[in-house]
Ligand binder design. Structure first.
Ligand SMILES: Cc1cc2nc3c(=O)[nH]c(=O)nc-3n(C[C@H](O)[C@H](O)[C@H](O)COP(=O)(O)O)c2cc1C
Length: 183
């Protein structure tokens, strides 16, 4: 049984939901998992984990600064353990190139080059934004030619099946049978 840590950064809550979904899935596979909101839990990496999945969302072209700080501070542990990065953005919904660009920038900033990277679409949460953010997001959405302009509702683009597959691929590294000793 493996014990997985899921530190995350989330401004409007979609990445928090993704991290909690992954933690539940990991538990359903018979492992242990703990999701931790880095805004509250601080940047210390608690000991005793066998793997780590860092999740962060993109705002104005960048992932949360406090997630980058966590990664920089704990890079040694992230490199020692099996680890993954999950990047949540609207670009991941149809603009792969930009989504990849955010991840590259994060890797440059932190010096961490995770073996597993998942880029998942987030959500357009019009009903949660304040007036200015709602107008800004509507304009950006309109400029992209998207029809999702009804600010009286939210649009969730996260493909949960993709999140599940990514998690199961990551877990496969823990459930593989031990290698046979050479005769
Ligand atoms: C003010 C604001 C700025 C954003 N900037 C970007 C951006 O530059 N690129 C992008 O792909 N998505 C951008 N997004 C979309 C977020 O990444 C998306 O809503 C995501 O689900 C947020 O995750 P969170 O709820 O965990 O913070 C932005 C969203 C808001 C509200």
């Amino acid at each position: 049984m493996a014990k997985i840590y899921l530190p995350y950064g989330s401004v409007e809550g979609q990445t928090a939901q993704i991290a909690e979904y992954i933690a539940e899935l990991i538990r359903a596979h018979g492992h242990q998992a703990e999701a931790a909101d880095l805004k509250r839990s601080g940047d210390t990496f608690p000991g005793g984990y066998d793997g780590v999945i860092v999740a962060a969302s993109v705002h104005m072209g960048k992932h949360e600064k406090f997630v980058a700080d966590f990664v920089r501070k704990n890079r040694g542990e992230l490199e020692r353990l099996p680890s993954a990065l999950i990047s949540v953005s609207l670009a991941a919904h149809g603009d792969e190139q930009s989504a990849e660009g955010y991840v590259e920038k994060f890797e440059e900033e932190t010096g961490w080059h995770p073996a597993h990277v998942g880029m998942f679409a987030g959500a357009l949460l019009y009903t949660h934004y304040n007036f200015i953010t709602r107008q800004l997001m509507k304009k950006i959405t309109k400029d992209k030619g998207s029809p999702d302009l009804d600010t009286g509702r939210d649009y969730v683009y996260t493909e949960w099946d993709g999140v599940r597959r990514f998690t199961e691929d990551f877990l496969a590294g823990f459930t593989a049978p031990p290698r046979q000793a050479q005769a």
